[in-house]
Structures are given as C-alpha cells and as structure tokens.
Design a protein around this ligand. Structure first.
Ligand code: ACM
Length: 797
C-alpha cells in the first residue's frame, strides 16, 4: 500500500506538470524527467529539412547497390494484379506474402494469379539476372508494369521487400512509384541480430514479431541465446528438469516476492514444437536461426537442474544475478554424455549449418579448486585451464561437426587454440576477429560496445534502460564491418556482422523493439549495401519513410535519434528560456504553446524560446511533412528550471553505468516504474554548476534497486559508505565529494517504501554556482540507493 501511495503522489506531481519532459505516448512515470543540463548528444536543428528527390524516389533500407531512375511513374492500386511467371511454389508464396503486406501498407489486397501478360507486378525466378548470388534481385519498374526477378527464392523475397518499401509510405489506396531499375545483392552473407531470451523470456509470437521486422530489413541470421545462468529456455525431453527447474528463477529484490513475501518465480521456455514452428516462420522469411547453448560457463540454470554435471556437485539456485556467475560444467565423461544428449535433441530443431556453443566468460575458479578437474587436466597433459576449456569446446565442436554442423563460438575460444574449423564471433572488441581471420577462421563481428544493442541509444530522459555509453543510430551506421587491419585475403573470412541484445534490462517486448530498431536498420545497411553507397545524410532521409513503416507494421521502434529534447535555462522576471534540439539534428523542429499536437504547419523553431512561467511546450521533428518521432512535451515552470533527473546529473565515476528500473512493485502493477541511472560500483552523482543564490531547500527523489551483480574479481571495487545515523542518509556536499556535508537527508522514510520517496532538507545560504555531490551513507551496497531527481528550490515559490 505504501508503495502505491508514493507512486500515486509521483503520478499526481507529473499531472501537475512538476516533472518536465515527457514522451506523449509513453507511460508517464517511464518517461518523465528534466534535462536541465544540456544533453550531451544533441545537435541543434534550425534549417528546414526537405527530402531529396532521389531519397524520395527510392526510400529503401538497406540502400540498394544500384538504382537507375527513369521517367514516369507506375500506378499500383486495388485493380492491379500480381502474377507469377512459371510454376515455382515458393515464388507464388512470396507473391501472396507481398499482397498481404500491401494490404497492411495501403489498405487494399491485390489479386494474385493469372498470366504474366497484363499483370501489374510479375514475380519471376530467372537464373540469368545480372547480380549474382542467391539473395540478389532486380526490380524493374516502368509506367506500364513492374517485374521482380531473382535467381533464387531468397532474392525474390528481397525484391518483394524492396517493392513493398517503395509503396509503404504512409499513404492509403493507389500508390504511385517512381519508374526505376534496381539491381541489388548483399555485401555480406551474415546479417544478424542476437536475442537473449535467458535473462528475459519472449513468447513465440514476440520472437516472430522480431523475425518479421528482420525480414523487412533483409537481415538473414537470428542468433537465439537460449541458455544462460538465469534461465534454460528449450525443452529437452530426456532432461525435463532443465525447464522445470532451470526455466524458472526467483528475481532479486521486490520483483521476486508477492505482497505477502511469497516467492514469485519468473519462468518461460519453448517446447520443441514451438521451436520448430519459429524456425519454419524464420525460414519462410529466409532467416536462418543459429541456436546457442552456452558452455562451459553461463551454465548455472542447467547446473541448478542437474547439479551432478557441475563441479561441486551441489545445487545452486537459477541465478537472479546479472554479471559473471562462476558455475561451470565439470569435465567428467558422464557430463559429456549429458551435453551430447542435449545437443542430440537440439541439433535437429535447427536445420542451419552453424551451432553456437558459447565459450564466453567462463571464470575458472571452480575448475582451479577441483582436484577431480585438475587430475583430468593432467591426464590430458594440458598446461592450463584455458587449454582445458579449449579441449572441452573442441570435443563438443567435433561432436556437432560429426552431425553436419559447424561450431561458432565467442572469441574466448581463441584462447588455448580453437577447433580448426570453428568460426569465431568477436565480441571483446574486434581483436578476436582480427586474430581469428589471420589464423584462417571465419569470423562474425559483433563487438562490444559498438554493436551491443543493450547499450542505450541516447541520453534522453525517456530512453529505455540499458548500459552506457550511448551507442546511437549514427554510431551503428558508422561501424566498419571489415577491420582495417585485415588484408584482402584475410578479409574474405569476414562472414558479416550482428547486433547483440542482452536483456538483463530489457524486461518487456517494447524495450526489445526499441533497442533492436532502428539501429537494426543501420546494421542492415552496413551489412548489405556496398561501402561506396553508405551515406549517413541519405540514410536519415530514407529513415523518414522507415519510421512510417514501423508505424504501419505496429512495431515500436525507438525514435531517440529524432525526438525533440529540451534544455531549460532560468532567466529573470519569472521567465525561462528553452532550447530545442534532437540527437541527430535531422528534421525541422516545430512546436506549439497551447498544448495541441505539433503539425507540419506549426511554427518552426529557430532559436531558444523565451517564455513566461508556466508554459507547456510541445514539439516534434518533421522532414517535409513527415513526422519523425512522437511529440514530446515540456512543462516549463519554476521546478523544471531547477530540477534534474539522474540522467542529467553527472556520475562521479563511470565504471559500470547502467540505466535501470526501480525495483518491481509487489502488487504486479509495474507500469509506473522509474528509470534510474547509476554507476553500480559507486552510486554518486554531481549536479554541475548549480545556481545556489536564493536556494533554500534541496528536494531529492530516491529509490532503491537490488544490487544483483555478480562482479567476480571486481566485486571488491563496490563502494559502501558507512551509515552515520540509524538507517543512513543521503549526503550533499559542496564542490567535491569529500569533507563535511552541507545537507543530510535521512533515509528512514524511504526505507518504509520499496518505491520512490521524496526527501527534503534545508540548504544553507550559498552564493553563485557550485557543484553539488550526492552520495548515500547507508552502510550497505544492497539495496543500492539511487537518486531519481534533485530539485533546488528557492525560499518562496
Ligand atoms: C558476451 O557478451 N559475454 C558474449
């Protein structure tokens, strides 16, 4: 009840306009927060943005290899017919799939069938088209008709996707498409996304939603991270406890208990039938599913289910902790029998060639401490535990190879010598890719942090949770798939690249969708389009259409690159100034001051607005008359001029910066959760250059989070500050984080709530601008106390 009361008050405060910026279509508490400090990653946009004729004629993502514009336009409407040349059953399925997608995009479904002659659109398998490869295609558009041709069905499907993009521009009814000839083929064969369903489970339908969006970007590889310390997600009939036990965990903190304190398991797994269905759904969209069974570490959920295959022989819980858990499989023959039996059930579910065996972050503590493991190592005449891991991976690599699969593993498999035919997925930067390619191994680039989609994509107040630093749309677009260190011969080993989404902080599908796209669109372009065709400014113009396509397909892509950001500044006489920017700087910013939705005819923002207090500002970005984002609202008032949320404060250190959610409420209503930014090694914040003249009160909204991080050898770096009063306090210091605090806010009231609590203390008189430091002297690191918002308030309001 307490928590509900606190959240209730927070919601009322928001409704009263006390909390600044908010995304209009997002749950209020999720999206509020001021950005009084200048956002670090924004660009002013002052010129009016128009879309170029070539981007408007071919707004296709990824950008096709070759486009030849022609005179005239092709009209495609409800009367148009689609025909398939020849009798290829897949071509017919592709044509029907295209017609269904036309219905979504334009509101009519063209008829499919009949002779090629006289049809508006013809799909044809044609072994003689110029661009080579199974995924190549030609789309030939004339005022009289359109022909999509490809050597193979995969190419035909991509031709259909291109044609669909040309007509999915947000308008309904008959489409008018610029006449042109597109010849296209991908640069790389591995264009992938990885989804971790161990940390947070996604239903089969949610996985299909993602696959569908991948297909519409010509992404062709879905790496499915199915097993980890926090969950085992695939039915294995010989070992039912893997899902009965390993498929559930008790989450850390309040999320793991109901209102009465009873454990609330978090569970999920896929039956083998569900997996077969998803794999077929992917194959119908020319996507190969690469499953991952992570070994010999990230194995705690499996060992929780069958402790005899772990090292100590005792059962750990399925881990509620993120980070590096140290449970490893043991190296007994019985364990290999178990692993092989599991692989025997998994391999037939996934017809693709590659099978991912993990190999990452296997902390060797348990192996080091086990006499049995060490005796085995000596018997094998291996010099260290890295070689033992290499032997372990090699043994299973050979096993799957004997079953027609090819092993791929994280770049740790390079340590101790990888199995000869193994492909390497480079995640610890690109060094692994360089080393592996030089040694003749095929490689996939998915380096952290560049392609780690669990990193946030902006520093906006309404950004989704995740890890910092920011990896923006532009950052992903700038990724160079082939490391410059490789010569042409070595570069041939680069299969492609993929974006990885680890889901510790991505609890919902909405979060997954935003993390994956549109950064997945940038990834699609850098993996598909020729390097000579990559052009950020042109990409942004085509994104104006792509954002429309996300809306058409009901996909909740992030608009962080385009959304308007607000930077308020106090000015005298009850007025404030408000600067409007966006991360990419793309688009014309338009605004209203009367609470109405900004439209393509609203006033254009050109310079900071000087406004009386209070004023409600609503703004959005447009390219021509295309809306680029959801409108954002800012309540400019006394408080928003003086308040900063945690994302607008500076972290004292930046060891492991995470944007997290406050702990889940035990009443199950979690829509109101706040996003809190902290360094989990040392939660400590600076309010830079705070104007303190006339400030009488400091008001701080604080929350608590479970500190559920397995930090392995770095655990000792976690800072705990001793409590000086019972229950501890939030301490505020002037010009640095040492010395005596100038304000002390006891935590006792906040301890009574698992939600957010506003603490208040008087501020001694100060003049001018000073940095303020905020730290919790609580005597504990778990729960982790976190600042949500600081407001510095004048005496009379
Ligand atoms: C990884 O991020 N542990 C592959």
């Amino acid at each position: 009840m307490k928590r509900q009361l606190v959240l209730g008050l927070a919601a009322v405060a928001m409704a009263m306009g006390l909390s600044g910026c908010k995304r209009d279509d997002a749950p209020a508490a999720d999206a509020t927060g001021t950005t009084a400090a200048k956002p670090a990653d924004t660009t002013p946009s002052t010129a009016t943005t128009t879309i170029s004729a070539s981007a408007a004629a071919t707004p296709v993502i990824p950008r096709p290899a070759k486009v030849e514009l022609r005179d005239g336009r092709f009209a495609f409407g409800p009367q148009s017919r689609i025909a398939v040349a020849g009798t290829d059953a897949e071509a017919t399925r592709i044509a029907q799939d295209f017609a269904a997608r036309v219905q979504t995009a334009r509101g009519f479904a063209p008829q499919v069938g009949g002779a090629a002659e006289g049809a508006g659109v013809v799909f044809a398998i044609d072994a003689n088209i110029a661009p080579e490869g199974d995924e190549a295609y030609v789309v030939d558009i004339t005022p009289q008709g359109t022909k999509v041709s490809a050597r193979k069905p995969a190419g035909l499907f991509y031709g259909a996707v291109t044609l669909w993009q040309l007509l999915a521009d947000g308008a309904q009814g008959e489409a008018s498409i610029a006449a042109q000839r597109i010849e296209d083929a991908p640069r790389f064969g591995w264009r992938g996304l990885m989804l971790d369903v161990a940390r947070h489970f996604r239903t089969p339908d949610e996985v299909k939603t993602l696959l569908d969006q991948m297909a519409l970007h010509k992404l062709n590889t879905f790496h499915w991270h199915l097993t980890d310390d926090q969950g085992w997600r695939v039915e294995i009939k010989q070992y039912p406890k893997l899902t009965q036990v390993g498929g559930c965990r008790i989450p850390a903190g309040a999320a793991g208990r109901d209102a009465k304190g009873k454990p609330k398991p978090y569970c999920g797994f896929y039956t083998q039938d569900e997996i077969r269905d998803i794999v077929k759904y992917a194959a119908d969209r020319y996507i190969t599913v690469v499953p991952e069974f992570d070994l010999p570490g990230h194995a705690q959920a499996a060992i929780a289910s069958y402790p005899e295959f772990g090292v100590p022989g005792t059962a750990p819980p399925v881990s509620p902790d993120w980070g590096i858990n140290t449970w490893l499989f043991n190296v007994d023959d019985n364990t290999f029998k178990f692993l092989e039996n599991v692989l025997d059930e998994m391999m037939p579910l996934f017809p693709g060639r590659y099978f991912h065996l993990g190999g990452d972050e296997a902390a060797k503590d348990q192996w080091e401490q086990s006499a049995t493991v060490q005796a085995k190592r000596k018997e094998l005449r291996l010099k260290d535990d890295m070689q033992l891991q290499s032997w372990f991976m090699g043994r299973l690599g050979k096993y799957i190879e004997a079953h027609g699969k090819r092993m791929i593993g994280w770049d740790e498999i390079l340590e101790g010598g990888p199995p000869a035919d193994a492909a390497v997925m480079s995640w610890r930067g690109t060094d692994g890719a360089i080393e592996a390619a030089r040694a003749g191994h095929d490689v996939v680039l998915s380096p952290s942090p560049d392609l780690y989609l669990n990193h946030v994509q902006s520093d906006a107040a309404d950004e989704t949770p995740g890890r910092l630093d920011v990896k923006s749309l532009k950052d992903v677009y700038g990724f160079k798939v082939v490391p410059v260190q490789l010569n042409a011969e070595q570069a041939r080993h680069v299969l492609g690249a993929q974006g990885n989404l680890w889901t510790e902080h991505h609890r919902t599908m909405e979060r997954v969708e935003r993390a994956m796209f549109p950064r997945g669109a940038a990834l699609a372009e850098v993996t598909w389009s020729p390097e000579s065709r990559l052009d950020w400014d042109d990409f942004l113009q085509r994104m104006a259409f792509q954002m429309e396509r996300y809306r058409l397909t009901g996909f909740d892509a992030s608009d962080s690159a385009f959304a308007v950001r607000f930077t308020p500044q106090p000015i005298a006489d009850g007025k404030g100034s408000l600067a409007l920017t966006s991360q990419s700087g793309f688009g014309t910013i338009r605004y209203t001051l009367d609470g109405t939705e900004p439209a393509a005819t609203s006033p254009v923002y050109t310079h900071p607005l000087e406004l009386p207090l209070p004023t409600t500002v609503k703004a959005n970005a447009f390219a021509d008359d295309r809306v680029l984002a959801a409108a954002r609202t800012f309540e400019l008032d006394v408080r928003s001029l003086r308040a900063r949320t945690s994302n607008a404060l500076r972290s004292c250190k930046k060891d492991l910066m995470l944007r997290m959610e406050d702990d889940a409420p035990s009443d199950g209503k979690d829509g109101d959760r706040r996003l809190l930014l902290a360094d989990v090694f040392d939660p400590c914040w600076i309010y830079d250059a705070a104007q303190l003249d006339g400030i009488a009160t400091v008001e701080v909204r604080v929350g608590q989070l479970p500190h559920n991080y397995a930090l392995w050898k770095e655990a000792s770096k976690v800072v705990t500050r001793p409590a000086k009063i019972p229950g501890g306090a939030l301490e505020v210091r002037l010009d640095g984080c040492e010395g005596e605090p100038i304000a002390v806010l006891p935590l006792a009231p906040a301890r009574k709530s698992d939600g957010l609590t506003t603490l208040t203390a008087p501020m001694p008189t100060q003049a001018g601008r000073h940095d303020l430091c905020f730290t919790f002297a609580s005597g504990e690191y778990n729960p982790m106390w976190v600042v949500d918002e600081v407001a510095l308030l004048p005496a009379a309001r």
